[in-house]
Design a protein around this ligand. Structure first.
Ligand code: SF4
Ligand code: FES
Length: 296
């Protein structure tokens, strides 16, 4: 019995030590890659015509030494066509692999890399480094922070849950009163109607508008520009059923809906898809007034 236990213990100890050896080997390999990338960065910096400082907000609540917010500065060699997202990726790949930020499509489609760059909301992948400089060209320093008015999860990553909840609150789905009779028959829309709502359909759920809005910053329940724009898309669609339209107008008219907007245009200014958000909110306000007059 005791021999069996000893054998089992020995087997476990061997397994553990194999694991540990593997972990140490992997760690050493990662360190080697990091050292190589750093050396490459040094060569890049020596060869580059222009180098700028990328100053990045850092915060990691899970690591005691990193839980105090701070800024780290990374020298980045400028290359033609470089975006802010490219610069962040350069810093992560060459200096600090723990630098955390979201990105996916790299072509202003997925909406995952909205950031606060030099004090304004921008999509990292759509923002050219040269455009942040003065007329002389590339800026000496670019400051990148997470979107304001959102809870920071780590470094540049914010919690988008509240934003998604607000989008969901306007019930963003189509609901016609009558369905086409034939199976798989299309519910066609007139060209004019499509033209009217086409800008509202461009939203990529990046959250830049919400983050720029003073009203949303002070009123956590305010639906916010993106959700109201989403409501606009459906409310202005001719195919939308009357009952559904009525319900949606009630949602956007509520205390924390369209009437909260003070037409400051900050959302419209930062929207990377150029959606005329403030105009859409104003139009829905008019629609809500008309709707109420109907019942007098
Ligand atoms: S409306 Fe514009 S800024 Fe707001 S979430 Fe959509 S794309 Fe982003
Ligand atoms: S990475 Fe998808 S929008 Fe920028």
């Amino acid at each position: 019995m005791s021999t069996q236990v000893t054998e089992q213990e020995q087997a476990e100890a061997e397994e553990e030590s194999t694991h540990q050896r593997r972990r140490l080997a992997e760690k050493a390999e990662r360190q080697e890659v990091r050292d190589r990338m750093r050396e490459r960065a040094e060569t890049d910096l020596e060869r580059a015509d222009t180098v700028f400082d990328l100053k990045v907000f850092r915060y990691d609540p899970d690591i005691p030494e990193k839980e105090d917010p701070r800024f780290d500065t990374f020298p980045v060699p400028f290359t033609k066509g470089m975006t802010v997202l490219d610069a962040l990726m350069y810093a992560r790949d060459h200096y600090d692999s723990s630098l955390t930020f979201r990105h996916s499509c790299r072509q202003a489609v997925c909406g995952s890399d909205a950031l606060f760059v030099n004090g304004t909301q921008h999509l990292g992948c759509k923002t050219q480094v040269v455009d942040l400089g003065d007329s002389e060209g590339v800026p000496g320093q670019i400051r990148v922070e997470p979107l304001p008015h959102q809870e920071v999860v780590k470094d540049l990553v914010v919690d988008m849950e509240h934003f998604y909840d607000q989008m969901d609150a306007v019930e963003p789905y189509f609901d016609a009163d009558e369905l086409p009779s034939g199976e798989l028959e299309e519910q066609r829309q007139t060209r004019e109607n499509r033209e009217k709502i086409k800008m509202s359909a461009r939203c990529i759920w990046c959250g830049a508008c919400m983050s720029s809005c003073n009203i949303a910053a002070g009123d956590n329940e305010y639906l916010g520009p993106a959700a109201i724009n989403k409501a606009y898309k459906f409310a202005m669609d001719d195919r939308e059923g009357e009952n559904r339209k009525q319900e949606r107008l009630e949602i956007i008219e509520q205390e924390h809906g369209v009437w909260r907007c003070q037409t400051q245009f900050s959302c419209t200014e930062v929207c990377p898809k150029d959606i005329p958000l403030t105009e859409h909110i104003q139009e829905l306000k008019r629609e809500a007034v008309k709707n109420n007059l109907k019942f007098w």
